[in-house]
Design a protein around this ligand. Structure first.
Ligand code: NIG
Ligand code: FE
Length: 417
């Protein structure tokens, strides 16, 4: 195996303590003013002050040296909530929203998620793969080295499984790790419009068992919202998923306070996402159960809604992660740097908290923290070289991602100038 030494790096990284960081710990970073990373076969062997790393090494042990010229180095972003597998845009609906229509009105009228469902059902698989690849490639160019991708635009057994197959092909085409999530409970398909319980039965009795037996998804997510899946249906689906060995996630309290955060805590799901309308009681229950709150500020921005109060959540002890929610409706955004900037500028997070939220806590939210999310021995050498002196550069530079180089398992996979 090849050994590579990265020198002269200003390293900033969270320290993994086996669970998501929260409260005062959410902003705790290790930093090495002049640091080094020793990488063997894509895995970090040592990370620390350059002189210490060098003192433990004989020169012949290293095949390649890379001088990072004093630039800021952070872990690659983990984007823990996306719907990047789709075809077609929804710009007409975006225009309708600008004229005052709401996201839920459009969905209730058979558009929104359901218009993408029509597009995906009638699309050749190759086109679905091509759109997904293009979305992920864009994310990678802005520093995303691990990404969760949900199904949920099929809403029938064959198309849902086809989406998960497309999603699972991405890592053989691009240098990213992908976490596939089954989201058959994204909306009720038109053919079950008046038979909602029958669709929940289909998910529990057929889709979930097939997904689980094929090992094609790691998580199951449900859009728990007024007019979509209610609390009871959500609980039934997620309990079935957990029984079958899948992790559970929820789109919770995005539009209205439904008690989604409380249910998330009761079911001990891995993450509850959105939380724009979550109650204080729900947030306290999440903190107690150590459920990660995944916040999606690009969605609030695109829906022109107030941002989630990350400051309050962190102070209550909820471990917070941030994500793009990349999808063709509520947030067509592949950029973790933009999400980082919104978190700092509009959600009251410090740059240090936002770095933990976009790396280690996000990795915990998708069950990937043993491999990624921090620059520590035993983890993959997935890291970014930034244009800037500190992680704050990610909030300071707006609109142009200050990500100069992207390394995946120790290999340079993207350079921008
Ligand atoms: O997280 N809220 C539900 N699902 C996505 C939007 C998906 C879509 O509109 O296509 C979300 O915002
Ligand atoms: Fe979403």
């Amino acid at each position: 195996v090849s050994r590579k030494l990265f020198l002269n790096a200003r390293i900033f990284t969270p320290k993994d303590e086996g669970k998501p960081l929260r409260g005062k710990g959410q902003g705790a970073l290790l930093s090495f003013e002049r640091g080094a990373l020793l990488v063997e076969g894509g895995i970090i062997k040592e990370a620390g002050p350059e002189d210490e790393v060098l003192s433990r090494l004989s020169p012949s042990e290293v095949e390649e040296r890379v001088d990072l010229e004093g630039r800021c180095v952070v872990p690659g972003f983990v984007d823990p909530h996306t719907h990047m597998c789709f075809v077609g845009t929804r710009e007409e609906e975006f225009a309708m929203r600008l004229r005052g229509a709401t996201y839920m009105e459009i969905l209730q009228a058979g558009g929104g998620i359901l218009s993408t469902v029509r597009a995906v059902r009638s699309s050749p698989r190759e086109a679905l793969l091509e759109w997904t690849r293009r979305n992920v490639r864009k994310a990678l160019s802005m520093g995303t080295t691990t990404v969760e991708i949900k199904s949920g635009y099929g809403l029938d057994p064959e198309t849902e499984l086809a989406m998960l197959e497309v999603i699972s092909r991405i890592p053989s085409e691009l240098p990213v790790d992908v976490v596939p999530t089954f989201m058959g409970a994204h909306a009720f398909p038109p053919e079950f419009k008046d038979r909602k319980e029958a669709y929940v039965d289909l998910i529990c009795d057929e889709m979930l068992p097939r997904v689980a037996s094929q090992g094609i998804a790691r998580f199951c997510d449900v859009f728990c919202e007024n007019g979509v899946f209610d609390l009871e249906q959500t609980e039934r689906i997620l309990r079935r998923a957990q029984e079958l060995g899948l992790g559970a996630k929820m789109h919770a309290d995005e539009i209205e306070d439904m008690g989604g955060a409380k249910l998330a805590a009761k079911l001990r799901v891995k993450s509850a996402d959105h939380l724009l309308a979550a109650s204080e009681e729900g947030l306290r229950a999440m903190a107690e159960a150590e459920v990660v709150g995944v916040l999606l500020p690009a969605t609030a921005l695109s829906l022109r809604k107030p941002f989630a109060d990350a400051r309050r959540m962190i102070d209550l002890g909820v471990p917070v992660a941030i994500s793009t929610d990349c999808n063709p409706g509520s947030s067509y955004c592949e950029s973790m740097p933009l999400v980082f900037a919104l978190s700092v500028l509009r959600m009251g997070m410090s740059p240090e908290e936002a770095l933990v939220a976009s790396t280690l806590n996000a990795a915990h939210a998708v069950g990937m923290a043993s491999l990624v999310g921090s620059l520590e021995p035993g983890k993959q050498a997935d890291f970014l070289v930034l244009d800037g002196k500190t992680p704050a550069a990610l909030a300071y530079r707006l609109g142009s991602a200050p990500v100069r180089m992207v390394y995946k398992r120790g290999e340079l996979v993207h350079v921008s100038d």
